[in-house]
Design a binder for this molecule. Sequence first.
Ligand SMILES: [Zn+2]
Ligand SMILES: [Zn+2]
Length: 407
Amino acid sequence: MRLLELRAVAETSEVGSKRPAERFDRSPIDNVASTGSYPEQVQQLPDLGHMRTANLFTMGIVLFAFIYEAITYNAIFLGRILPAAGRTVLAFPLGLLFNATWFMALWSYFQAHLSDPGRVPEQWRDFVRTVGEALPVTPAKAEWQPGQATFCKKCMSPRPERAHHCLVCGLCVLRMDHHCPWINNCVGFGNHKFFLLLGIYTSAACCLAFLSALPDLVVCVIAILDRQNGAVCHEEVLGFGHVIAFFVFGALASTVGGLIVHMLTVHIPLACRNSTSIEDCYENMTNPFDQGSAWGNVSQIFGAYGPDWFFPVRPARPLCDGIAFASGDEERLSLTASREREPTTEVLSFEDTETKQIWRTRYQVKSHGVAAVRGGEPGLPTLRDFLACGVGGQRHNPLNVCEYKPS
Ligand SMILES: [Zn+2]
Ligand SMILES: [Zn+2]
């Protein structure tokens, strides 16, 4: 699983695919240069329909494992083996624990799959159109770029900090972590909580199922190895087919549980550092989004602490909007827990003047007077500079208007 996820992360390097560019009949740069705005095709939100139907094979494997484990644990272990072994008293508490954990895992799975992972919201596009050339835009680099809007060469539009383009989904995802083929969706700002809960509840269900059934799995293994005795166990309650099915259940639970626990040993420490799989290799500075404690960092994903932490629902009190992230060395942006907000990815309204000011401050939007003076004060290039000099250049000389090399 980890290998597949790492491969998907590598595919976010925005190199090698021409699919998005083929969507446009003419260069968006030409449109921006002549009209000062983005072409209508670029302004439209991408359709997520194609990614819902792709990669159904991996989803089929996951759903089969979910259903198989539930049926065999309930029907064979709880329904037949425990009564035959004289441990019927354990059936109810084990059934309650397993099925509750299993349900939470399945709920988390569908939430992780079906949720918008964090498409760049229309409010950001409005913001970019409104501030225009006053918005400094910089090339995307494989390093921390706090407070900088970067230009996506696939979407041909500026995107917020920590957003990355996923070639599988064909769109930019806010605070993208990686593309997961097992949930057939990106893991980003909109569903990172669901992904982590999926791992936690799935590993808990697998561990509970495997450990509670381990003594009887040993009996079944002995029965399989000793077919000459009739291939039965527990006073001939189980036929050989059920014994095999129970053995497969144990093998599946231990394998999946082991893989998920290993995955959590990677992703939980990342969450505790407020980093993503993509950002984990950045070395140009210390993590600028580290809130100073594991609790504070996890709260950036789960929202302010509350009962909703344990359920795969959107954070009831989100601490950031996916556009402007609080840096560790500054006071949190005014998206504090004291402000009750709608539990949605797009928690901010662009009409909110406070939000506008936060974004303007965070992204160093220049006033008209400052924007007109280039060369007198070093600073980030504006969107017009960026587009006029070609997209995708890597070098930036703040004393020269045309600092970007066409690629
Ligand atoms: Zn993009
Ligand atoms: Zn993706």
